[in-house]
Write a protein that binds this ligand. Structure first.
Ligand SMILES: *Cc1c(COP(=O)(O)O)cnc(C)c1O
Length: 382
């Protein structure tokens, strides 16, 4: 990001103090005896993995997770020294890079384990790995029901040290589905016992994501894996009606009015003429569009904050521009601040609000903020 570059005024503010606040808040909530892994995959859910990981490491985070080898190397190159778990497995040709960068793979097939074992043996190294057990998520993992045989074979791979065992919940956010969550927990417990019977005692045994950690105290085990709650998301991912830690949104999305004009009653705005003015109207054009991560599904639906008032989106969200009705905000002028996500005066729009209007979850909103939107970091200690 070129902060000294006179760029288009559309940016995301990342409040690193809020990130640190959330981390400590959840830590206190789950209990100081529970370790907290910071999940910073997908560029920290769109917030910027390097800056977020640096701040979290400074605040005491000792274990991180990313999705891909590339994401892990990016963090190592940025000076993150603590454990980095790569959740996305191992792909052909990657073993030397895992070894070079001291990244810890999460493995879920015997082929991966054998390949990693051979590569570690060749260098005379003992390699820490975590293994994933599929207890009902049905995505990746050694299946719980065939694990005894797998564990036997894994125990023969002497250059691998199984430092972690993990599984992943499918419905931790839905308290009505607690039976399934508990079934997953007992399947996982069974797998951990099988490993123990073969002499494998991992440092880390973990199942809980954000909703698991917050809503299921019996699922915290020794370590919880936190993504969404660190970024202050969860209004739509944590179950309603339970005690939750206090969280602050970390990302705000802002822009400025590029142009203002008056259109007459009956004129249309935008592609497809989906908005027809029903009065003489003042329309502001804002330089943000769907490439920036503002969903096209917000056409004629979303709203922005301008001068402390809500301005409805009128017409279609296009690739680079969005139009809003500011007829009722008479002072609106070119250059005025526009808040797309965030707080301004008494008004607030959350990622969760965008998610609700576009039939998704808040995670997809922040992850989807496009690469041409510069991230501006607020808060100390970086
Ligand atoms: C993404 C991910 C998490 C984090 O989930 P949140 O709901 O964001 O806390 C935890 N564990 C695994 C395996 C994941 O892929």
């Amino acid at each position: 990001m070129h902060t000294d570059f006179p760029h288009r005024p559309t940016w995301a503010e990342i409040d690193l103090d809020a990130l640190a606040f959330n981390m400590h808040s959840v830590r206190r909530f789950v209990g100081e005896n529970i370790d907290c892994m910071a999940v910073v995959k997908a560029d920290a859910y769109g917030h910027g993995a390097i800056e977020c990981a640096r701040r979290l490491e400074a605040e005491g985070t000792s274990i991180f997770a990313v999705a891909t080898l590339e994401e892990g190397i990016e963090l190592r190159d940025a000076g993150i020294t603590n454990t980095i778990l790569v959740l996305g497995g191992l792909w052909p040709g990657q073993t030397p890079l895992f070894l070079d960068h001291h990244l810890t793979p999460v493995l879920f097939t015997l082929e991966q384990a054998e390949e990693m074992n051979a590569a570690a043996a060749e260098r005379g190294r003992q390699m820490n790995i975590h293994i994933k057990i599929d207890t009902g998520m049905g995505r990746v993992g050694f299946r719980w029901d065939g694990f005894a045989e797998v564990a036997e074979r894994l125990s023969k791979l002497t250059s691998l040290n199984i430092d972690g065992m993990m599984s992943h919940f499918a419905v931790a956010d839905d308290l009505a589905a607690n039976d399934f969550t508990n079934t997953q927990l007992s399947r996982f417990d069974e797998a951990v016992k099988i490993a123990a019977s073969l002499g494998t005692h991992p440092t880390y045994i973990d199942m809980a994501n954000s909703p698991g950690a917050v809503a299921h105290s019996n699922a915290r085990l020794g370590l919880v894996r936190l993504g969404g709650v660190l970024y202050g998301l969860g209004g739509d991912v944590l179950p309603a009606g339970i005690d939750v830690p206090k969280l602050k949104p970390v990302m705000s999305l802002r822009s400025r009015i590029a142009m203002i004009k008056t259109v007459s009653n009956g004129e249309s705005i935008g592609y497809g003429r989906t908005f027809i003015a029903e009065r003489d109207s003042v329309i502001a054009t804002v330089p943000i569009g769907y490439h920036d991560g503002l969903s096209r599904a917000l056409s004629n639906k979303g709203r922005f904050i301008i001068n402390g008032k809500f301005a409805p989106v009128v017409g279609g969200v296009s690739m680079d521009w969005t139009t809003v009705d500011v007829t009722d905000i008479p002072k609106a002028s070119v250059g005025d601040l526009v808040t797309i996500i965030g707080k301004e005066h008494e008004c607030e729009i959350k990622a969760e609000d965008h998610a609700k209007l576009t039939d998704t979850i808040s995670y997809e909103i922040t992850c989807g903020i496009g690469p041409r939107v510069p991230r501006i970091y607020l808060g100390g200690k970086n």
